[in-house]
Design a binder for this molecule. Structure first.
Ligand code: SF4
Length: 399
């Protein structure tokens, strides 16, 4: 008899959690002709993916004609996560009934090209959270739409969303970027994918690990999944990205290297303490670099009151905007040096060429042309009602 999680000695510490997962999968499995998994490469969705493949192969779930797996490659993942994902992909490709699609944002919308080529400042928590949707969710929705456009019927999309131990089932799932060691974007998949263009009404999402605790995830990834009888998945390395042996306690959140939205680079700080990953230490320089790029000296600013198309006045006069061409050039040189020293590939040759091309063409985001003053220049204040306030002590500030 093939061992499963429900017989023999292999019963998990949190066996009931897995039983509930199987029950939820069985309840929805037969209702949709197509099944797909949205996989970010992080621990939760990797656990969901590998467990489902095991449940299918051990006969606990009927094998679908095709299991679609969509892997979201942001090109900014931590190296242990990237490596584990590549190894898992190799194993998925061995199975003819699994169709793997690697999803990436179009070249001009990728993280580095958008910042350095187009000049949009690195994202932040307040006004400029453009990244998750652009580099993770939209490409996933598009790939999914393309995959089911020619098929009849509905699809069941499986995500690795976990509610976590303390999260309440409210808006926090959508913001799971920073909660309880969550993976950036996971809640977005749950919310956005069913309504994505072209697939509206044809996709139902299921989060079969919603009730899992983080220790259940690690039970599966570190103990069971690597065992041959459970698929022999090369996922133990994933634990490095979350704190090695202390992964459960550290419960690091992962996402892009140096994510400007996270207060600390916990995962990276832990990884570079490990002998196998010490060479990644230069990547710690990315977060301060992103902070430097958001400073006024590296950006342009609207010089006066800005009139919108309808004649009204923009809310935020003299607002700060895109990165200057010089700042972008300098940041590009720094990042290429960092990636060289860390022996990783944050900007590949194609992306570098495109960034240089866009800088050379003087590319700026809409409504900006690079003739605006630098944001650290002192300007007379202008208000929408026509009044203004000249700089006091002009000669002292040299304006
Ligand atoms: S990890 Fe950070 S930078 Fe990357 S998409 Fe998420 S919020 Fe944006």
């Amino acid at each position: 008899m093939t061992p499963t999680l429900f017989n023999g000695n292999a019963r998990m510490v949190h066996g009931e959690a897995v039983e509930l997962t199987l029950a939820s999968l069985r309840a929805y499995w037969g209702r949709h002709p197509h099944v797909a998994v949205a996989w970010s490469g992080g621990k939760d969705s990797t656990a969901a993916l590998t467990l489902i493949v095991h449940l299918i192969e051990s006969g606990e779930l009927p094998r679908p004609e095709i299991l679609h797996v969509f892997y979201a490659d942001t090109r900014q993942e931590l190296p242990p996560i990237q490596l584990a994902a590549e190894q898992v992909m190799a194993r998925l490709r061995e199975r003819s009934w699994i169709k793997l699609t690697v999803v990436r944002a179009p070249l001009d919308k990728r993280f580095m090209v958008y910042i350095l080529g187009r000049g949009v400042p690195p994202p932040n928590n307040n006004t400029l959270r453009w990244c998750t949707r652009q580099i993770k969710v939209d490409p996933m929705a598009e790939a999914l739409g393309a995959a089911i456009a020619d098929l009849d019927g509905t699809a069941l999309m499986i995500t690795g969303v976990r509610e976590g131990e303390s999260a309440v089932r409210d808006g926090r799932i959508a913001m799971s970027c920073s909660k309880d060691g969550a993976e950036c974007g996971q809640g977005w998949y749950q919310q956005v994918l069913p309504d994505a263009k072209g697939v509206r009404g044809r996709i139902a999402t299921l989060a079969p690990l919603l009730h899992w605790r983080v220790c259940t995830v690690w039970d599966w990834l570190k103990v069971f999944a690597p065992m041959p009888e459970f698929g022999g998945w090369p996922v133990a390395i994933l634990a490095d990205a979350y704190g090695g042996d202390d992964a459960t306690e550290i419960n690091a959140r992962t996402g892009c290297i140096g994510c400007p939205l996270a207060s600390q680079d916990t995962a990276l700080e832990v990884i570079v303490q490990m002998p196998a990953w010490q060479h990644l230490a230069p990547l710690l320089e990315l977060k301060p670099l992103y902070r430097w790029m958001r400073l006024p000296a590296q950006r342009h600013r609207k010089s006066g009151v800005e009139r919108l198309k309808d004649g009204s006045i923009a809310k935020n006069p003299q607002r700060m905007g895109p990165l200057t061409l010089e700042a972008r050039q300098s940041a590009l040189t720094t990042i290429l040096d960092i990636q060289d020293r860390a022996r990783v590939d944050l900007i590949n040759a194609e992306e570098e060429a495109r960034i240089r091309e866009l800088i050379a063409a003087g590319t700026f985001p809409q409504k900006w042309d690079g003739n605006e003053p630098r944001a650290d220049a002192w300007l007379d204040a202008e208000y929408g009602d026509g009044t203004g306030q000249p700089i006091l002590f002009r000669e002292l500030v040299g304006a």
